[in-house]
Ligand binder design. Structure first.
Ligand code: HEM
Length: 133
């Protein structure tokens, strides 16, 4: 008898929303927004946003239960520390979340997954703020 995939083990969030393809779409859309936002774009040191896109995609895939490639290449995330060189103020926070909101919407997830993902981004973005003005 064939056992339906996912019936014995609980699927991770990563698998439930469609795996790598979904996270790649999310991050691609997010960086399209960054590329078109001069103030936010100016914060990103590299001329090519491709490597930053790759790092965010791998981080999110790992966070939500997918492959651990991020830590294999970058080590422990320590995200707040990695953001310390950048001035993440309220305006940067708002811009980041605005582009992520559009990216999340573009995935057209079911409401439960969409809310879980969004709540995480709101919380994570808040915790990355490191400058008062
Ligand atoms: C609150 C507003 C935020 C701003 C303005 C911001 C800005 C930046 C900048 C300028 C970089 C450097 C680009 C690079 O070279 O990779 C970066 C890296 C990164 N950010 Fe953010 N970020 C924000 C929030 C977040 C949040 C909420 C997350 C996670 C959910 C996140 C995850 C990452 C990751 C994984 C990297 C690459 C870290 C590495 O391996 O070096 N960021 N961010």
């Amino acid at each position: 008898m064939e056992i339906p995939r996912g019936s014995l083990q609980t699927q991770t969030f990563y698998e439930q929303v469609g795996g790598e393809e979904t996270f790649r779409r999310l991050v691609r859309r997010f960086y399209e927004g960054v590329a078109g936002d001069p103030d936010l774009r100016a914060m990103y040191p590299e001329e090519d946003l491709g490597p930053a896109e790759e790092r965010l995609a791998l981080f999110l895939m790992q966070y939500w239960g997918g492959p651990r490639t991020y830590s294999e290449s970058r080590g422990h995330p320590r995200l707040r520390m990695r953001h310390a060189p950048f001035k993440v103020d309220q305006a940067a926070h708002d811009a980041w979340l605005r582009h992520m909101r559009e990216a999340v919407d573009s995935l057209e997830l079911d409401p439960e997954h969409e809310q879980q993902l969004w709540k995480y981004f709101v919380f994570a973005a808040r915790s990355m703020v490191n400058s008062a003005d």
